[in-house]
Design a protein around this ligand. Sequence first.
Ligand code: NAD
Length: 354
Amino acid sequence: MKIAVLPGDGIGPEIIAQAMRVLEVLRSEGLNMEFEEAPLGGAGYDAYGAPYPEFTQKICRAADAVLLGAVGGPQYDTLDRPLRPERGLLGIRKDLGLFANLRPAVLFPELANASTLKPEVVAGLDIMIVRELTGDIYFGQPRGMRVNDKGEREALNTMIYTESEVRRIAHVAFGIAMKRQKKLCSVDKANVLETTEFWKEIVIDVAKEYPQVQLTHMYVDNAAMQLIRNPKQFDVIVTGNIFGDILSDEASMLTGSIGMLASASLNETKKGLYEPAHGSAPDIAGKNLANPLATILSAAMMLRYTFNNEAAAARIEGAVKKVLAAGYRTGDIFEAGMKKVSCSEMGDQVVASM
Ligand code: NAD
């Protein structure tokens, strides 16, 4: 298994170091993994003058999976747009054809007080949102601002999906549901938008290939309400780019702890980019304060979704659960009565619990 490791900027190197220690445990026991490190984002700019330098492109293209820390920092905010760290992220997503974004919203029961919702509503929450990432109104043509023939300014975007785009994301979502509770909710606005009526029709067709999965449909406005009212009703949610953008952020906030949330973006061959959902946290960078668990859980997702190694993934997740149950907390998830640890001490605990 060839893994490109991109620590990136800010807290990126600190959290990646802890995830690497956890993967090293598995490697020392015989799991065949090869790691190659490369710079992305501001680190790419510093080393090679580009946020996604050719050096990094070569390594990422040759790898089976990419493990990323985070990119960005105030020192890069004044660069020309094409040189900014965030462009490195867009560049790698496009280059690797990552069309399926997997955003789990998991709330370990031990952290139920971190949420703004009542603990009984969110404790044990485990939702996977599958968002289509390369189509929809964000990319549809025509788009732009113009003056119409009555002389008034107007702006437009085009919501569009091709059948193949919907089919491939539906297959990813059904495949994930098969590995979980076998419940899939497709979110649309089929009562108003033809694009999503079409989406729904194709999802229903793909469902014939997955008879064990229970498929339901929900309008996006209702889904936004249900995520707050009764989020535990969901197992896997699949939706288009714009609805997924909004719902996945909403779902991630149900947990109240951004330092815990992993994510993955996959292409057609299950090659994936795995990264924490948070950014580079410049305010705490270099202080050994960051929570490395989102990155460690991203490494677990990598083992599950690209390498099909459920046992190894579950082992990492089990180790994280044990560490939380034993009361270890980084500052972002700390509560009175718990044991406060640094980033590297959290890594020590997960490694020990492995
Ligand atoms: P952020 O996620 O970096 O930080 C938001 C807040 O959460 C900060 O107070 C930070 O200290 C805290 N935080 C984040 N991750 C944490 C962790 N693992 N442990 C403890 N606390 C954590 O978002 P931001 O401040 O809006 O952005 C900072 C930089 O990150 C910007 O340059 C932005 O462009 C970039 N960014 C990168 C990504 C990415 O790499 N995928 C995503 C979002 C933002």
